[in-house]
Design a protein around this ligand. Structure first.
Ligand code: NAP
Ligand code: G4F
Length: 411
């Protein structure tokens, strides 16, 4: 029997990389859509990438973009997938306030384009569809904990776009009898989490402080509370949803909530640094209890125009009907992320290539080249108005080969 074919949009992202690994292990032929980029964007999947010249490759990459309907139709036609996982998105909530139209195009209409491609190509009876919905749709929460029946109240252009994608998926299921399911996923993280989401920003920042590469971490709203789980478990949940006879939507969550402040405290603690928060509002700071040094400061630029203060999911339905349950407690998740960041930062050149961890076959020359590429990317994310800019950039270039900066601000 020939292998099942899966098409993953967003295969180069955190979840795409875990899902592709899972499906390959299950014997799928995996097709991923990657965007054209002027630099490599495949760091997270380098170790599973197969050269098309290899005999019988199981992993295939297609250039594409969910904002381009003709491209999407062609890729779906070529692959004739048994399962489509739509993970492609401009997934950063704060960035969606700056790029609302693009976010709507990719995150809302992207799902529609894929669903229409399946329909236009008359694959409704052949192709199952998974939509990556989000707990952000609950926004200003109407009840706690949030379940599949909790009313939505989105609080960002990202969440509004995702709400459209969610409902259009439900609509295509009902209107055209498609096997389409939405995973309403609460925050999930990992060592390959994007560097500008708060958990990874904290683990990278703390690792850099612990190793003497940075002085301070700048954060936004410390009071925000999230239900944080491990991404690899959420990828398994996505697959499970498409194996059901009857398509349905499921919440995936841990059922535990942690504030940004506590997550920060845990990560410092795991790095052997005890911190204490003092002060109110924007003046709150985190101090090392041993040295009295300020290690965490608030930067209001990371506040959002409208915030989601609290998210806590109830995944009882997924447990009862799929047998899915989150397994990794937040403290273990935080430790795993910190250890990965510490290891890569200690490792000289390769700390800048965190995403390539696991790719043991990388040559030193390639690692060095990637390191230089990473540095350039890093520097563009540094706040330009810092008065230390020129001085510390030069100093750190000399010291770390162009890498970290003191007081680096990460978003
Ligand atoms: P991520 O790391 O930001 O990955 C997003 C992926 O989408 C990347 O591969 C990105 O490509 C790709 N992409 C962005 N715009 C695209 C476009 N126009 N056309 C094609 N591909 C595009 O996100 P993630 O954390 O893996 O999340 C996966 C999905 O789950 C997203 O839809 C996200 O909104 C949703 N979700 C995530 C969470 C979470 O906590 N992680 C929770 C709920 C829902 P590049 O690599 O080229 O940028
Ligand atoms: O890590 P975050 O940026 O994730 P957010 O906004 O919850 O969104 C993530 O989870 C969603 C699922 O609920 C996904 F749909 C979405 O794609 C994404 O993966 O921020 C978490 C919280 C927010 O309340 C934010 O205001 O942390 C707060 N925060 C405090 N300081 C910060 C910072 N967030 C970021 N990114 N950077 C900060 O310095």
């Amino acid at each position: 029997m020939s292998a099942k074919r899966a098409l993953i949009t967003g295969v180069t992202g955190q979840d795409g990389s875990y899902l592709a690994r899972l499906l390959l292990k299950k014997g799928y032929e995996v097709h991923g859509v990657k965007r054209r980029s002027s630099s490599f964007n495949t760091g997270r999947i380098e170790d599973i990438y197969e050269d098309p010249h290899d005999p019988d490759p199981q992993m295939h990459l297609h250039f594409g973009d969910v904002t381009d309907a003709t491209n999407i139709i062609r890729v779906v036609q070529e692959v004739q997938p048994h399962e489509v996982y739509n993970l492609a998105a401009q997934s950063h909530v704060q960035v969606s306030f700056e790029t609302p139209e693009y976010t709507a195009n990719a995150d809302a209409l992207g799902a529609l384009r894929l669903l229409e491609a399946v329909r236009i190509l008359k694959l409704e009876g052949h192709t199952r569809f998974f939509q990556a919905s989000t707990s952000e749709m609950f926004g200003m929460v109407q009840e706690t904990p949030q379940t599949e029946t909790t009313p939505f109240y989105p609080r960002s252009p990202y969440a509004v776009a995702k709400l459209y994608a969610h409902w259009i998926t439900v609509n295509y299921r009902e209107a055209y009898n498609m096997h389409a399911a939405c995973g309403i996923m609460f925050n999930h993280e990992s060592p390959v989490r994007g560097e500008t989401f708060v958990t990874r920003k904290i683990t990278r920042g703390v690792a850099a402080i612990a190793l003497g590469l940075a002085d301070r971490l700048y954060l936004g709203n410390l009071d925000a509370q999230r239900d944080w789980g491990h991404a690899k478990e959420y990828a398994r949940g996505m697959w499970m949803m498409l194996q059901q006879d009857v398509p349905q939507d499921f919440v995936l969550a841990t059922g535990q909530v942690t504030s940004v402040r506590d997550f920060t405290r845990y990560v410092f603690e795991d790095a052997g640094i005890e911190i204490e928060f003092r002060g109110e509002g924007e003046d709150e700071k985190g101090y090392c209890t041993k040295t009295g040094k300020c290690l965490v400061e608030i930067d209001p630029r990371y506040f959002r125009p409208t915030e989601v203060d609290f998210l806590l999911g109830d995944a009882s339905k997924a447990k009862a009907e799929l047998g899915w349950e989150a397994e990794t407690p937040v403290r273990e998740l935080a430790r795993e992320m910190l250890e990965a960041d510490m290891a890569s930062m200690k490792d000289g050149a390769s700390w800048r290539t965190t995403r390539s961890r696991g790719s043991a076959s990388m040559s030193p020359a390639m690692a060095e080249w990637l390191a230089r590429r990473w540095c350039a990317g890093w520097e563009t994310r540094i706040v330009k108005s810092s008065r230390h800019r020129a001085r510390s950039t030069c100093a750190n270039r000399r010291r770390f080969g162009g890498g970290f900066r003191k007081n680096a601000r990460m978003r």
